[in-house]
Ligand binder design. Structure first.
Ligand SMILES: C[S@@+](CC[C@H](N)C(=O)[O-])C[C@H]1O[C@@H](n2cnc3c(N)ncnc32)[C@H](O)[C@@H]1O
Length: 206
């Protein structure tokens, strides 16, 4: 288990106590709802779902959601999601330990894959983008929300992931992974320690 997984395990139980995280999930859900139809037939994968805040926000906003898979490599985060499913706070989702760095599980297809603030933690990223392309059903959408390139102050010293992304560069990597159309737009901002960190939403189709 590496340091970052331990960190998320420790933070999982209090993750939702921060109102900014809940508000962020609602803003992201609004932005994605405006671009993609999500209904009771949408097979959705939330990858790096944390405590499932995005899925929760979509469910609260639409009242209708299809078969949902919530994936996270942190056992602490998965435990929180299992509790929410049992309590009816999240829909009756499948909660799984899935790291797409090792490839896509066979036989799975999704109409919508969503990943919020996860990809900057993953290096190398290209195997995960290729797995997204493999998992997407015909006509499906990949929605990636992440930080616009920043100066490293978001995580501070000792962080070994990406300092955000140049959205155009990420769009190029998505193209290399097999995505034919990629549209990028600004999506909400995070305030942290006196700094403002803009995020983007990339919507991609194969
Ligand atoms: C910054 S948190 C974001 C959580 C959630 N998406 C949110 O917006 O509240 C990043 C999450 O990605 C998960 N994660 C990190 N690396 C991962 C990987 N390779 N595969 C799946 N999940 C991963 C972490 O355990 C953590 O829950």
């Amino acid at each position: 288990m590496d340091h970052q997984h331990t960190d998320f395990d420790e933070r999982a139980a209090t993750w939702d106590d921060d109102p900014a995280k809940v508000e962020r999930a609602r803003a992201v859900a609004d932005a994605i709802n405006q671009q993609v139809t999500i209904d009771g037939s949408t097979r959705m994968l939330e990858y790096g779902a944390g405590t499932g805040l995005f899925t929760q926000a979509v469910w609260e906003a639409t009242g209708s959601i299809g078969p949902v898979t919530l994936a996270d490599t942190s056992s602490g985060m998965r435990e929180q999601m299992e509790k929410k499913v049992a309590a009816g706070v999240l829909p009756d989702a499948r909660v799984v330990d899935l790291d797409l760095s090792h490839g896509a599980p066979s036989g799975e297809r999704f109409d919508l894959i969503v990943s919020v603030l996860v990809l900057h933690h993953i290096d190398p990223l290209r195997p995960v983008l290729a797995a997204f392309a493999e998992l997407l059903a015909d006509g499906g959408h990949l929605c990636v929300v992440d930080l616009v390139a920043e100066d490293g102050s978001f995580h501070g010293e000792g962080f070994h992931g990406h300092h955000g992304f140049d959205p155009a560069e990420l769009a190029g990597w998505l193209g290399d992974a097999g995505f034919a159309q990629v549209e990028v737009a600004p999506c909400h901002e995070i305030e942290r320690d006196g700094g403002t960190y803009p995020m983007f939403l990339a919507v991609a189709r194969t």
